[in-house]
Ligand binder design. Structure first.
Ligand SMILES: Nc1ncnc2c1ncn2[C@@H]1O[C@H](COP(=O)(O)OP(=O)(O)OP(=O)(O)O)[C@@H](O)[C@H]1O
Ligand code: NI
Length: 339
């Protein structure tokens, strides 16, 4: 898949793994209470993101990616219970536990400041009665830009995300899906947050704009910020990510440096995802993911897995793989095996 490997290797060397982590997620678990069931949306999730790192979170629809992002920002509805820890260490600021710090702190110092969010459905997240310019200038003003300088900065941020300055004079309902997407990205980037959570930020964009957006995120990381990119698009992850975390049925099953993961996936589910790519076998993973209201005690992928044995009825412990990867599987593919 050399055609999609546009990012030169040099862009992958800037992750500052020696620096303290910007975000350390430790045992993050999210449950939704329904009338007669509990949705296990995120389970015992561990992640570390360093300054300069672009982490892609991939996995099938419904596996818990957006819930993860919303949990980090305290944006879940009242039927959600969040446990575990998520320590954010913003540059020059105090360490804050995003799970335990409370709504006031999240609203004042985290959301939109220390951590930006490009939501998955921007059209519904945009205030309908304000033009894009109004929203963007307001955001810039709230983050230190002067009355005089904010409009200039708004035009600049618009161009950065691939909008024309004139596009900012439209109301959200006058924007196409792709334009709303770019406006949402502009709003999240305007405060220049050290960590950006980008939930499917390229939805509705045509190929050149997809690449433009991905390159924009990559450049942010190259200048020291960090991005957690949620995407269905494995080619996108390969193009820009330093590390890739694969989620399946609420858990991360494999988390490794991008090149290593694409060259030799270790978890059978990762191998299945790669096999489904058009430029590989183009063969979808057989079967369907389990209901999150009814997860098995052991490996949730076992019923779809060609390598499963009776032992998979117990949960595989996370093990290290390679220099810095993590893997949860009783029967990983041998290193170097072809997916
Ligand atoms: N408020 C809620 N109450 C109950 N269940 C919820 C709630 N919000 C999300 N879920 C469930 O949590 C699970 C994870 O949802 P999530 O939106 O994180 O999936 P996703 O991986 O982002 O999927 P997609 O790729 O389709 O965006 C799904 O089963 C979803 O139905
Ligand atoms: Ni989602």
């Amino acid at each position: 898949m050399t055609a999609t490997r546009a990012a030169p290797a040099t862009t992958r060397t800037r992750t500052r793994t020696d620096d303290p982590a910007l975000l350390e997620v430790d045992g993050l678990t999210v449950r939704f209470r329904l009338r007669d069931a509990v949705v296990q949306a995120v389970t015992d999730l561990h992640l570390t993101v360093h300054p300069g790192e672009l982490l892609a979170v991939v996995g099938e629809s419904g596996c818990g990616k957006s819930v993860l992002a919303h949990a980090l920002l305290g944006l879940l509805p009242g039927n959600a219970t969040v446990t575990g820890r998520a320590r954010l260490r913003p540059p020059g600021g105090d360490v804050v536990d995003l799970v335990g710090c409370g709504e006031r702190h999240l609203a004042r110092t985290v959301r939109g400041r220390a951590v930006g969010l490009v939501p998955q459905s921007p059209a519904t997240a945009l205030t309908p009665v304000r033009t894009g310019r109004h929203l963007l200038v307001e955001t810039l003003r709230a983050h230190g830009h002067t009355r005089r300088d904010a409009p200039v900065a708004a035009d600049r941020v618009a161009v950065d995300v691939g909008l024309l300055p004139d596009d900012l004079d439209r109301y959200p309902h006058e924007l196409s899906g792709g334009m709303a997407q770019r406006l949402a990205t502009a709003l999240a980037l305007a405060p220049d947050p050290p960590l950006l959570l980008a939930d499917e930020p390229t939805t509705g964009l045509d190929r050149p704009l997809v690449d433009h957006t991905l390159d924009l995120l990559r450049r942010r990381c190259d200048s020291g910020a960090a991005v957690l990119l949620i995407t269905h698009d494995l080619a996108a992850a390969r193009r820009v990510a330093d590390t890739v975390a694969v989620m399946y049925a609420s858990r991360i099953v494999e988390h490794r440096p991008t090149e290593a993961l694409f060259a030799a996936p270790a978890h059978p589910y990762t191998a299945g995802l790669l096999d489904a790519l058009p430029d590989r076998a183009f063969r979808p993973v057989p079967g369907h993911p389990p209901m999150l209201t009814d997860l098995p005690a052991g490996c949730a992928f076992a019923p779809r897995c060609g390598r499963a044995t009776d032992g998979c009825a117990t949960l595989p412990a996370a093990a290290t793989v390679g220099d810095s990867g993590r893997l949860s599987c009783h029967h990983p593919l041998p290193a170097g095996a072809v997916a």
